[in-house]
Write a protein that binds this ligand. Structure first.
Ligand code: HEM
Ligand code: HEM
Length: 317
């Protein structure tokens, strides 16, 4: 953005806006830290990935703030400094949390525990490999190594840092292989997890592991942010719903007091016809205008059937 030749007022605006992202990101990070500070931490593989995520993501945010300053960005735009930044935020902010979530919910969706020892080995390989790969790119970028070029002359002196990054990338690959092996092995022969192996607070741990297609036979009522830690005498289930049709309980917005039962529509082919008509009609219209008519006709038939007033949506107190 800054290197496109915007007028100065536009650049100043984008600098201010980019710097402001740092404030919201900072608040986010302090919220995560506060959550962990006030909890009782167990150093599971999932927690390792959370720490890795915060460490890497903060480093990426800091280089983001550096890039938000026009003079620095004009120098470092299109260099490996940007490639380092984007991998710190993307891999730190998206991939590490995904790995953490995967290890945390693995027992829920497979019914078996994932091996913690292999999990931690894969974490350390990924974490060390990640920093070995992408940290040198900051320095390469500051030395002027441009991005999107497939090779560079040896005289430029970037060989050692690039070799380090390559070794790091292979370390990441080994971490990935250990992770996949752990998943395959634990899915087959990990210890049976049970519904709530972590003694976790949230409702998904009330369901069986893996959950039944209907999740809960009786909908639980929730009275706190940590429903699984609510004393059993304060827990309840929703009663009085008819089992022979799709009923949901409507509640007040803030207090969740039940107000009425609402009957939802049952299975119907009409939305499918609408989606099918619009999809093939609009795709065809890329090639010939007349497909617009087909889209309109098929799609509208679907929509009309879908919204045809068969019976009023029943609402019962
Ligand atoms: C403190 C927050 C952040 C700031 C101030 C920031 C700022 C910047 C700036 C100024 C650039 C352009 C560098 C250049 O090409 O000259 C950039 C590139 C980039 N940023 Fe960030 N960033 C932040 C966080 C993030 C996050 C959270 C993500 C994604 C998860 C992200 C993803 C990217 C990507 C993918 C690019 C490079 C796009 C490309 O050219 O291929 N950034 N960032
Ligand atoms: C082992 C893991 C990875 C390695 C070794 C790696 C390496 C690289 C390298 C060397 C570049 C620069 C290419 C160039 O400028 O010539 C690049 C670009 C990029 N990478 Fe990665 N990457 C990895 C994983 C990821 C992941 C997981 C994401 C996204 C979540 C990602 C997103 C990007 C993006 C958006 C670019 C910029 C593409 C462009 O310049 O057009 N990378 N990567």
């Amino acid at each position: 953005m800054f290197a496109t030749g915007l007028p100065q007022i536009g650049e100043a605006y984008f600098t201010a806006a980019s710097m402001m992202i740092g404030i919201t990101s900072g608040i986010q990070i302090f919220c995560w830290l506060a959550t962990m500070w006030t909890g009782r931490l167990r150093l599971t593989t999932a927690t390792h990935f959370v720490f890795g995520f915060i460490f890497i993501f903060v480093a990426g945010g800091l280089t983001g703030l550096m890039l938000a300053s026009i003079p620095l960005d004009l120098q470092s735009h299109d260099t490996y400094f940007v490639v380092a930044h984007l991998h710190y935020v993307l891999i730190g902010g998206a991939l590490f949390p995904l790995f953490g979530g995967f290890h945390f919910w693995f027992p829920k969706f497979t019914g078996r525990m994932i091996d913690e020892r292999l999990g931690k080995i894969s974490f350390w390989l990924l974490f060390v490999g990640f920093n070995t790969t992408f940290f040198p790119m900051h320095l390469l970028g500051l030395h002027g190594m441009t991005r999107r070029i497939y090779t560079y002359s040896p005289e430029l002196g970037w060989g050692n840092a690039n070799l380090t990054a390559t070794i790091g990338a292979f370390t990441i690959a080994i971490g990935g292989i250990v992770f996949i092996a752990n998943v395959l092995r634990s899915r087959r022969s990990g210890p049976i997890a049970g519904a709530d192996p972590w003694d976790a607070a949230t409702l998904e741990w009330a369901a069986a592991s893996p959950p039944r297609p209907y999740n809960f036979a009786l909908l639980p009522t929730v009275t706190s942010g940590a429903p699984m830690w609510t004393p059993p005498e304060d827990r309840g289930v929703v009663t009085g719903m008819r089992p022979d049709r799709r009923e949901v309980l409507v509640t007040t917005l803030t207090e969740a007091q039940p107000t009425q039962r609402m009957v939802l529509p049952g299975p119907t082919p009409w939305p499918f016809l609408a989606a099918f008509g619009f999809t093939i009609g609009l795709y065809g219209s890329v090639f010939a205008f007349s497909w617009h008519y087909i889209a309109a006709a098929l799609g509208m038939i679907g929509l009309i059937g879908w919204f045809w007033p068969r019976r009023p949506l029943e609402i019962e107190p």
